[in-house]
Design a protein around this ligand. Structure first.
Ligand SMILES: Cc1cc2nc3c(=O)[nH]c(=O)nc-3n(C[C@H](O)[C@H](O)[C@H](O)COP(=O)(O)OP(=O)(O)OC[C@H]3O[C@@H](n4cnc5c(N)ncnc54)[C@H](O)[C@@H]3O)c2cc1C
Length: 437
């Protein structure tokens, strides 16, 4: 069986790897493999063009990395220095300890915090006394405001989720983005009670994991294990024996096609074969983002850099919405005599001057950076907007009806790297099983 995988980001490459490992004839097509993942080394600093890590509690990326023989490359965030600042009235305020995403699980850090007014602290305290209820899907803003008030939306939910999804909590679906908390609401009424009951013992491992020499190591290794054609697929068409794809000026025959190029790019490819599926895929909104990474001499940075970085909530925001202090978050990525700031913005066009103005103001910097790199990611972040679960259920059902066809990637069942690897692995298993029958 010949399988074409269209798109060689982490989803397509890992699907290609699993299929090839299982003895299938799989080819990955992508003019720019790796998608948003890539690493560069500048002045001895290991920098990421896109994602810098993944959540360690989701095991699928790590399992793949170990299987590839890259176990020694795995490294965890420096959690001893784990602290995040949030900008409030122009000053850095520590994010209270014990927060699980937007849910407080310890009383004193919240009581003592300067991040919230007494009204919000009171809302957080009485949230424990809610009764169970089932609600239709609603936005993250509505969900969080209902439980903790509007200030918790502005100073917790918005900056935390914008960093992950690059979108607004007014649009994101609570059921898709905060599924555990929605379940607690239904079971206990209170998400605080649900989170405290479910509080797992710390595993002892770091919260975030990455690759010692950069995330690009994973991509390079996957590329070396798959059959990759660095070309863009222009069209896809069902044929009598399976599928034809139009690439590099020719039609080529395949038995199975996997679309791993993002819902927005998959939509026009599949629409001629299934217009409704094309419509459903096109209905998944995408947002853009941009990363400016600035390197300095450590001696030019007066701040002690005693945190992973800072978040800038919308009411306080100019250009930067989050900044990671790389040398504090990761051991071995930034030499001691340097300081590196990775500045994230949801405005894809943010200029060097605007990002630097913001950074200089917030970090009291006066020296010029010794390097600056910019990575823009237009239309790269699928938004799990209200109704996402229902939309994806229809997408899955329609895709399953199309013979020899699979859809994978970050737009459906999880946006993180481990979720992408899991979706690829599951598709490879399904394709393998169908081939055996
Ligand atoms: C700036 C940024 C920061 C992120 N940070 C994190 C993080 O810290 N942790 C985390 O877990 N996740 C993070 N993510 C999310 C995660 O990186 C992505 O969800 C994941 O990499 C998506 O992989 P993918 O293979 O599904 O899609 P993509 O990486 O988008 O790959 C799709 C590929 O399809 C190719 N393609 C498109 N059209 C065609 C065509 N017609 N023919 C052939 N190829 C085509 C493209 O060239 C691309 O390489 C981040 C994302 C971004 C953008």
């Amino acid at each position: 069986m010949k399988i074409a995988i269209i798109g060689g980001g982490i989803s397509g490459l890992s699907c290609g790897y699993y299929l090839t490992r299982n003895g299938h004839d799989a080819t990955v097509f992508d003019p720019a493999p790796g998608g948003s993942i890539g690493s560069v080394n500048i002045e001895g600093c290991i920098l990421e063009t896109g994602p810098e890590s993944w959540l360690a509690m989701k095991p699928w990326a790590e399992q793949l990395i170990r299987e590839l023989g890259l176990g020694d490359e795995l490294t965890g965030s420096n959690d001893a220095g784990r602290r995040t600042y949030v900008l409030r009235h122009g000053r850095f305020v520590t994010l209270p300890e014990g927060l699980q995403m937007v849910v407080p699980t310890r009383i004193w850090p919240v009581v003592e915090s300067q991040l919230f007014t007494w009204e919000t602290k009171f809302r957080m305290a009485i949230e424990m006394f809610r009764s169970p209820k089932a609600m239709p899907d609603r936005s993250v803003s509505e969900f969080v405001a209902d439980h903790f008030g509007q200030e918790a939306v502005a100073y917790l939910a918005e900056p935390l989720l914008a960093g992950v999804y690059g979108g607004s909590p007014d649009d994101l679906s609570a059921a898709s983005v905060l599924p555990k908390f929605v379940e607690y609401e239904q079971r206990y009424g209170s998400v605080v009670v649900g989170t405290m009951r479910d509080k797992r013992k710390p595993s002892g491992q770091s919260i975030f994991k990455t690759m010692r020499h950069g995330m690009g190591t994973l991509i390079d290794t996957l590329i070396s294990r798959v059959n990759l054609i660095r070309s863009r697929v222009e069209a896809v068409s069902p044929s009598e024996s399976g599928w034809q794809i139009y690439v590099a000026g020719h039609w080529q025959d395949f038995d199975h096609v996997v679309l791993a190029c993002g819902a927005n790019r998959a939509a026009p490819l599949i629409a001629p074969a299934d217009a409704r599926l094309g419509e459903l895929l096109a209905a998944i909104p995408y947002t853009s983002s941009c990363i400016w990474t600035f390197g300095y001499r450590r001696s030019d940075v007066p701040h002690p850099l005693d945190a992973f970085g800072f978040l800038v909530p919308k009411p306080e925001r100019r250009a930067i919405m989050a900044c990671t202090w790389l040398g504090t978050k990761w051991a071995g990525r930034v030499p001691d005599d340097k300081a590196v700031f990775r500045c994230f913005s949801t405005d894809p066009d943010v200029s060097r001057e605007a990002a630097l103005d913001d950074l200089n103001r917030l970090m009291d910097l006066t020296a010029e950076p010794i390097f600056a790199i910019n990575n823009r990611w237009p239309d790269s972040m699928p938004q799990y907007s209200v109704g996402h679960t229902a939309r994806v259920a229809e997408i899955d059902a329609r895709a399953a009806q199309i013979p020899g066809f699979s859809l994978i990637g970050n737009a459906f069942h999880g946006i993180g790297i481990p979720d992408c690897v899991r979706s690829a692995q599951k598709a490879a298993e399904r394709i393998g099983a169908a081939h055996v029958q």
